[in-house]
Design a protein around this ligand. Structure first.
Ligand SMILES: C[S@@+](CC[C@H](N)C(=O)[O-])C[C@H]1O[C@@H](n2cnc3c(N)ncnc32)[C@H](O)[C@@H]1O
Length: 278
């Protein structure tokens, strides 16, 4: 696998990131693990699809997003719109430490994951808005360019999977996402085998991106990251597609009107796409 990140850069600052980005309970769990184990976990996180979920992952991903957001928006509190967050809370957790008082908005369709996200983010010092709707409809909720940043935190795959589900009449709003995942993976397998994935998803994905672009202020950024889970691969997720998800959508995004890709040092384009609105 192309390494997710640079261990030599992150190992020496993992403890500092944990102290900054974890709450008391999480930090206690972090220190329950021996230092060698924590370092081995971080190295594994960078060199193989994710198979363990511990406080090491949380410290790293929150700090990684903190670094990206700080570089792109150094001025202070900002408005961030996350697309398809599910109940992954690393961005709101990161924002609460980086710039308390910022505005976090998520457009996320799944009801169970919305409930779980609200629970996980309760009490964070942020203005928090949950839009339980398809991000393709974002302009009905945020009509003008209010967002400084639009974030896809490991979400391109989910958006594409939901597009296939909608076409096939598979519910992703009221169902348990993990129960539906095997059917999603089967759809991806068919599409990859038939060579029809791009034809099936590109146009709805780009329509969604076009709507999101209307919710972003001029000069603002879309930040897209990706990584792989071992479980999805074990369940048959096409491995080349999973690893090269961003390489697939990058040329599509190059056709997004008013957008240009920028590169940041130390953010590997295999796992990150950063777009700026002209
Ligand atoms: C597995 S979850 C979590 C994804 C999360 N980004 C992560 O860390 O992997 C997938 C979520 O994507 C949401 N989703 C997929 N397509 C969406 C869309 N077009 N608009 C809003 N939410 C969407 C689903 O409703 C679900 O809650």
């Amino acid at each position: 696998m192309i390494p997710l990140d640079n261990a030599a850069r992150w190992l020496p600052r993992l403890d500092k990131c944990a102290k900054r980005y974890l709450n008391g309970e999480e930090l206690a769990k972090y220190y329950e693990m021996p230092a060698d184990d924590r370092n081995a976990q971080l190295s594994a996180l960078f060199s193989a699809p994710i198979a363990r979920f511990t406080a090491v992952n949380e410290a790293y991903f929150r700090a990684r997003w903190g670094e990206a957001l700080d570089l792109l928006h150094p001025e202070g509190p900002f408005t961030l719109l996350e697309v398809a967050s599910g109940d992954a809370d690393m961005i709101p957790q990161c924002m609460a430490r980086l710039h308390p008082g910022s505005r976090y908005i998520t457009s996320n369709m799944n009801e169970l994951l919305n409930k779980s996200l609200l629970q996980k983010t309760k009490g964070l010092p942020l203005s928090f808005q949950l839009i339980s709707d398809d991000a393709a409809n974002i302009l009905a909720h945020l009509p003008d360019g209010q967002a400084d940043i639009i974030a896809f935190q490991h979400a391109v795959n989910d958006v594409l999977q939901a597009i296939l589900c909608e076409r096939e009449g598979v519910d992703t709003v009221y169902s348990d996402w993990m129960d539906t995942l095997p059917a999603m993976i089967r759809m991806l397998q068919w599409e990859v085998d038939a060579g029809t994935l791009e034809e099936s998803v590109r146009s709805p994905f780009m329509a969604l991106m076009g709507s999101l672009w209307g919710a972003l202020r001029t000069g603002g950024h879309a930040v897209i990251n990706h990584y792989m889970f071992q479980l999805d691969l074990d369940w048959g997720y096409p491995p080349y597609l999973f690893e090269n998800m961003l390489a697939m959508v990058r040329p599509w995004l190059q056709e997004l009107a008013g957008a240009r890709e920028i590169r940041l040092n130390d953010f590997n384009p295999q796992w990150w796409i950063i777009l700026q609105k002209n």
